[in-house]
Design a protein around this ligand. Structure first.
Ligand code: GUN
Ligand code: FE
Length: 426
């Protein structure tokens, strides 16, 4: 495939490359290269000319709760623990109904497609059938996802509290089935968080993580009451991070931990050593009054970080809004910690594209050999009133967050159409 347009990407943190009127060549899923003039060997081949469109890497969201999409924007009058009890658990309980789940998943995938999130790692609920259905639908959608059935067997409402052995058996069944039947959709182990998983369950999941070389996702140190609760539940383990480590749930380079706000230096050392991806959820952290993650400090310490939505703690799946909220909260953090500079928009954009994409391998930038994931942005009539530089166009797209500017989407080298258009017509 040969595409023409103005390409903008961030190959490294703080680096911005803009290539006006350039040619991008792909071979199946991958980028071959980005050229100012078409190399002679490609002369005469068809070119998709996007004219004056701006072409940027598509978003990757490494922390989103698929069932909670129904609750986005609702219930931010409480902090984490009462929020879970009041709003989140009742919503997740509905996914025992497979026909409801089916409709919700299709709407969820259509929505991610619409807002330009073409790769993701999602929590589902405890329900095995619903989790499997999201895996199948993701495979059909043209998007790329890691999907986890949630494990929870303590401190949970009756309808969401699993039997420990059944939870492990259901999980292993999904792991095996997805390996046999799906090519592009992966399973990710998903203990909800330490307070809702017994030591026996965490132990069993740690065994599965090793046996199947699986990735793991969970929550870590989001809220002070939660952190105190973990200390009370595990008085013999020095830190929250160490609990996961002791149960084999921090496989090196394959772990995503969401929030990670209230951490000691010792925990940060362990997270760096294990190459854990910290999912920074600026919208959720403000909506639930959880705190401000010292993102600049964490990046300077060499921790892996990305920007994620955490719907429905975050009120929207549109990562443009999480990117701008990341910049905004980092400015507030700087006011209180002048030694920690705020993030630039370029840096926050990197964290939602190349930063997050790195969890999937060579994803998130237009470099040779990388999977070609892209959004084609067209200026609206309002945007077109004034001539803007490519970077100004990116700024306006991210701050305004209007997904109607997205004219086309590519994932792993293929143009992706709306996955389930029949749903919108129904
Ligand atoms: N901690 C445990 N479960 C959840 C959840 O669903 N959302 C958030 N933000 N934190 C959690
Ligand atoms: Fe979350």
């Amino acid at each position: 495939m040969i595409l023409k347009g103005t390409f903008l990407h961030t190959p490294a943190l703080g680096a911005l490359e803009i290539r006006p009127n350039a040619f991008l060549i792909t071979d199946r899923a991958r980028v071959v290269g980005l050229y100012d003039t078409l190399p002679p060997e490609y002369e005469g081949q068809p070119v998709t000319d996007w004219g004056d469109a701006l072409i940027i890497p598509a978003f990757t969201d490494l922390h989103i709760h698929a069932p909670q999409i129904i609750n986005r924007g609702i219930g931010y009058d409480k902090e984490l623990l009462p929020w879970l009890e009041t709003y989140t658990f009742p919503a997740e309980g509905r996914f025992g109904d497979l026909s409801f789940a089916e409709r919700a998943w299709k709407a969820f995938l259509n929505h991610l497609w619409a807002v330009g999130t073409l790769r993701f790692s999602a929590f589902t609920t405890i329900h095995k059938e619903a989790a499997w259905r999201l895996m199948e639908l993701t495979e059909q959608s043209g998007l790329r996802g890691l999907i986890g059935k949630v494990n929870m067997d303590r401190n949970s409402p009756d309808d969401l509290k699993e039997d420990t052995m059944a939870s492990l058996a259901d999980t292993e069944e999904l792991i095996c089935r997805s390996r046999e039947e799906l090519r592009h959709t992966g399973f990710i182990l998903t203990p909800r968080f330490v307070p809702s998983t017994t030591p026996m369950l965490m132990d069993g999941l740690g065994v599965l993580a090793e046996r199947y070389a699986l990735p793991v996702q969970s929550h870590l140190s989001e809220n002070p009451s939660e952190v105190a609760w973990v200390a009370q539940l595990h008085p013999d383990i020095p830190t929250y991070t160490q609990v996961y480590e002791d149960y084999g749930l921090l496989p090196r380079g394959r772990t995503i931990m969401a929030h990670a706000i209230h951490l000691s230096d010792r925990e940060k050392d362990l997270l760096r050593e294990k190459e854990v991806m910290l999912a920074h959820c600026a919208l959720s952290n403000t909506n639930l009054s959880s705190g401000i993650m010292p993102l600049r400090q964490n990046l300077s310490l060499g921790l892996r970080c990305c920007v994620a939505s955490d719907v429905a703690g975050g009120h929207t799946a549109n990562l443009a809004r999480s990117i701008t909220a990341t910049v905004q909260t980092s400015k507030l953090n700087w006011l209180h910690h002048p030694d920690q500079s705020s993030l630039s928009l370029t840096e926050a954009f990197y964290l939602a594209t190349r930063g997050a994409g790195s969890f999937f391998g060579d994803v998130g930038a237009f470099l040779p050999g990388f999977d070609f994931d892209a959004l084609v942005l067209r200026p609206s009539a309002l945007d077109a009133l004034v001539e803007r530089t490519p970077f100004e166009r990116l700024e306006q797209f991210l701050y305004d967050g209007d997904d109607r500017n997205i004219a086309a989407r590519y994932c792993a080298g293929s143009l992706v159409e709306q996955p389930f258009p029949e749903l919108e017509l129904a």
